[in-house]
Design a binder for this molecule. Sequence first.
Ligand SMILES: Cc1cc2nc3c(=O)[nH]c(=O)nc-3n(C[C@H](O)[C@H](O)[C@H](O)COP(=O)(O)OP(=O)(O)OC[C@H]3O[C@@H](n4cnc5c(N)ncnc54)[C@H](O)[C@@H]3O)c2cc1C
Length: 431
Amino acid sequence: MPLNTQHTASYYAATARSTAPYPSLDTELTADVCVVGGGLTGVNTALELAERGLSVVLLEARRIGWGASGRNGGQLIRGIGHDVSGFARYVGQEGVRYLKHAGIDSVALVARRIEQYAIACDLRWGFCELANTPAQFAAFQDEQAELAALGYRHETRLVGPEHLHEVVASDQYAGGLVDMGSGHLHPLDLVQGEARAAQALGVRIFEQSPVLRIEHGTTVTLHTARGKVRAQSLVLGCNAHLDDLEPRLSGKVLPAGSYVVATEPLPDSLASTLIPQNMALCDQKVGLDYYRLTADRRLLFGGACHYSGRDPKDIAAYMRPKVLKVFPQLADVRIDYQWGGMIGITANRFPQVGRLSQHPNVYYAQGYSGHGLNVTHWTAKLLAESIAVGQSQGLDVFSAVPHLTFPGGKALRSPLLALGMLWYRLREVLG
Ligand SMILES: Cc1cc2nc3c(=O)[nH]c(=O)nc-3n(C[C@H](O)[C@H](O)[C@H](O)COP(=O)(O)OP(=O)(O)OC[C@H]3O[C@@H](n4cnc5c(N)ncnc54)[C@H](O)[C@@H]3O)c2cc1C
């Protein structure tokens, strides 16, 4: 996994409040549930299960938060997948309504968790969605109206191009939609804090313990190099990193690289004019730009989507023109950190949550398609509900949306999707 080395250069890894290691597994254990994957999905599922009184072992191949969860843009934004309205034929109008509410309630769930377990992770409220074209800005009106119809209780406001400098000092945009119920945070601190909360509730966490093999049955047995876990149920939360451990699931997710840089700390005077209200910002392009200020006033800027499996040799050099296109005034600013991470993309851009039909005691959640900070918390809740109580209506809604397998399996999913994305990008360029 070539991204491993880049993790060491991540701003988050360098500034995390605590990354005290957990032991690796070198013994045989039993548990009600074994969770594989120490990202936001796995950690929160473990935490939710422990809150419900179940015994849990969590196995992480590398470190807690090593995957997308500890590398992402830190933008905590309402919503699930792309537009869920199109799924009415699978889940009905009630199901669509449930999904829209889940997109909102999942942000509140993250906020509650941070508060309940006193997790210091630099949470700030305020997000502005940016329109690249006047047509996109016009569509924000519908989005705002829909939020009002859903009873969204946070302030939202449309910002025309003439006032946009109050939110962001860039002339690239045709307007924005401010949402004070979304925001940004330090994601590695979040997932580490949640792992410590889970551990305090009795979850046994092991790092550097990749699961090498699964033995299915009424009891599932997970094999690592030096240990074994026997459990009644198994949760796979490996997202874009699942690989061959469960090919029936990994064939449904396309790993795509996304890249992030963080500048040197900006002088107060510059930071406060660049993003005056300290919001998270994100545009509407296919390989979107997303950015925000960190707690120590760096510009943290992410973007791009690579399907080739090859990372740019020099991420800073690759990202700098994107940063300067938005903020030419940063031409002399140094980039201190550069890193990449793997997004798990699904064919319909909707996360996949459910149980394996062949092995009903194997649960999974994956494929957040680049929008997982809030959604992982929701899917974790659904998985825990389903395992602890035996059923979850929310899980039924999610799993009713088809989990499409990329045609051509591992060899073809990447070129096919790249072709699809090229088509959308061409449409964007040609207007
Ligand atoms: C660069 C980037 C920017 C992003 N920005 C945002 C953003 O701003 N806002 C947002 O909402 N979302 C964002 N996302 C998406 C979000 O980060 C993900 O959706 C979310 O973190 C997925 O969490 P996860 O736990 O499912 O997967 P991951 O965090 O990837 O965790 C999977 C874990 O499984 C482990 N694993 C894999 N195989 C095994 C095995 N065999 N045994 C044991 N462990 C194993 C891996 O080591 C890994 O730690 C971004 C993603 C990236 C990559």
